[in-house]
Ligand binder design. Structure first.
Ligand code: GDP
Length: 442
């Protein structure tokens, strides 16, 4: 996401930083380029114009030109203005009111509503809540089955809606059923159409009226750019939404919708969808996003992702094994699986400060298949081999390579990496970090 905008802004800032001192003209020229970059990123023209006016006012007013690092000051101001543009602080899902709290998801067909309902349910469950899913789209028969499948995947109960039921009745009955099932949050997956029409809006208004949801989230497809912004405006006018979930941000290299929605509609983006898997939902933090756009990384989101996938019990068990030098190839494989659950490596690298901007990193085509290869190699070993790597001789290596569709060199490399980890762990266990330091000296 935001790749092309990031690249363009980086170019502008490099040129600005190249000047020892900045004149008003330097800044104006730079900002003209920033405006073009925003328009190319499909940012609404009014938003781009206002953005430049804000940055200009702040830059000229803050004695940027006389500071020792004028270029750096402009970057800082752009960062702050981008953050404000996207709404300043993160706005959380509204879960206030008596249990079970209804949350309503609305949006056009194909926007990612059903997937988002599953993603939210998973997120809420991880936060200790008890979600309940409700398919309220009776027009598309497959919609009910789709949500049932999602529920089964994450072990969240789903209301038994039928296509001959009235959507308002479904929602009412579902809330009662959720209460009986001991659930505290009811996620209503409402019907979508290809276009907004009055019948759809009337139905959604009736559900809103009857259930009084604590939050109404519009799910909009980021890849549709300004259409997503128009959609947010239209749904807000008719329904008074509480916020937006921008789905498919992973496929949107431009980012126009993410940058325009708040200014145009006044409504916050609360979450972004970053993939098709149910774990691919991130809370939207304007400051972190601005930082990512400017190539300054987003360590906080990275840590949150790690916390979400790491099973604490498993982590504790692993630490114990490491301490006792019992870290087997099987543990090694489980660790890789955890890393892969955090998302694509390219995305993760973008969150490390400076890395997104790093030329080498940009050109580096992260070889995700390497992880898949390592996993396949370990899977092709016998349990005994995984526990006692030193029995893996030449003929076993050939067999493993054949079984995993890799080469003997691949198997050798994996074993070498693994034994290095083992050696390092032994040193740490023997002498703490000091032991490691000693071992590293020539
Ligand atoms: P609905 O008609 O609004 O309920 O949309 P669905 O939930 O069925 O999603 C439509 C398509 O978009 C499906 O193929 C989803 O896998 C895909 N999708 C949803 N959210 C995301 C996302 O954040 N990233 C990507 N890449 N695909 C998504």
């Amino acid at each position: 996401m935001f790749e092309s905008l990031s690249e363009k802004l980086d170019g502008v800032f490099k040129r600005l930083k190249g000047h020892g001192t900045l004149t008003e003209k330097n800044i104006s020229d730079g900002l003209r380029e920033v405006r073009l970059a925003l328009l190319e990123a499909d940012v609404h023209f009014k938003v781009a114009k206002q953005f430049i006016a804000d940055v200009k006012e702040r830059s000229l007013g803050q004695e940027v030109m006389r500071s020792l690092t004028p270029g750096q000051q402009v970057v800082k101001i752009v960062n702050e203005t981008l953050t404000d543009l996207m709404g300043g602080a993160h706005e959380a899902l509204d879960l206030s009111g008596t249990h079970p709290v209804p949350i309503m998801l609305v949006g056009l067909q194909g926007s990612g509503k059903t997937t988002t309902a599953g993603k939210l349910a998973l997120k809420l469950r991880k936060e200790g809540r008890k979600p309940y899913l409700v398919p309220a789209d009776v027009y598309r028969p497959a919609a009910i089955d789709q949500l049932k499948k999602v529920g089964a995947q994450i072990d969240v109960p789903v209301f038994e809606s039928r296509t001959d039921m009235d959507p308002v009745d479904i929602c009412r009955q579902a809330r009662v059923a959720a209460h009986k099932a001991g659930c505290d949050t009811v996620l209503l997956d409402t019907a979508g159409r290809l276009h907004i029409d009055e019948t759809l809006m009337a139905e959604l208004q009736a559900i809103r009226e009857a259930l009084q949801p604590a939050d109404v989230l519009l799910v909009a497809d980021a890849m549709t750019g300004q259409d997503a912004v128009n959609m947010a405006k239209a749904f807000d006018d008719a329904l008074h939404i509480g916020g937006v979930v921008l789905s498919k941000m992973d496929g949107d290299a431009r980012g126009g919708a993410a940058l325009s929605i708040r200014s145009i509609t006044g409504k916050p983006i609360k979450f972004i969808g970053v993939g098709e898997k149910l774990a691919d939902l991130e809370a939207f933090h304007p400051d972190r996003m601005a930082s990512r756009i400017l190539g300054m990384g987003d360590v906080l989101t990275m840590i949150e992702k790690a916390q979400a996938v790491v099973d604490t019990e498993q982590a504790a068990a692993l630490e114990k094994k490491l301490r006792k030098n019992q870290f087997t190839l099987e543990d090694f494989r489980d660790q890789l699986v955890q890393v892969r659950k955090m998302g694509s490596l390219t995305d993760l690298i973008g969150m490390i400060p400076g890395m997104g901007k790093h030329k080498q990193m940009k050109n580096l085509d992260v070889d995700e298949s390497e992880l898949v290869r390592i996993e396949a190699i370990i899977n092709s070993m016998t349990p005994q081999e995984r526990y006692q790597y030193n029995i893996i001789n030449g003929s076993r290596r050939r067999r493993i390579a054949k079984g995993s569709g890799t080469t003997v060199q691949d198997v050798n490399r994996l074993l070498k990496n693994y034994t290095q980890i083992m050696k390092m762990m032994k040193k740490i266990n023997k002498g703490g970090m000091r032991g490691l330091g000693r071992g590293m000296l020539p």
